[in-house]
Design a binder for this molecule. Structure first.
Ligand SMILES: [Zn+2]
Ligand SMILES: [Zn+2]
Length: 93
């Protein structure tokens, strides 16, 4: 399969690692105006997005980095289900 954001191809697990590392900036922080923060990953091919509230439990910056990485891993995993299920095959042309 092909990466949603570039020309890289590979297995699902290889692309999962690739997206988590190379396309980490696709997961953006959004605020809802009520003081809550969310991490959001938008599909580049349609209006679907994955959104999850951020609830850091500690103020340790190292912990926050780890926490953000864990969220990215989950976000890209969810996104890959969507990408495979909806768009795989559309982009082969
Ligand atoms: Zn890529
Ligand atoms: Zn989509």
């Amino acid at each position: 399969m092909r990466c949603a954001f570039c020309e890289t191809t590979g297995t699902r697990s290889a692309l999962h690692a690739h997206m988590t590392d190379i396309h980490a900036d696709r997961v953006v922080t959004e605020s809802d105006g009520w003081g809550r923060k969310f991490l959001q990953l938008d599909c580049p091919a349609c209006d679907e997005s994955y959104r999850r509230e951020v609830k850091p439990r500690l103020k340790d910056p190292t912990f926050l980095d780890e926490y953000a990485r864990e969220i990215r891993i989950v976000a890209f995993d969810m996104f890959l289900y969507h990408w495979q299920g909806v768009h795989e095959g559309e982009t082969d042309a």
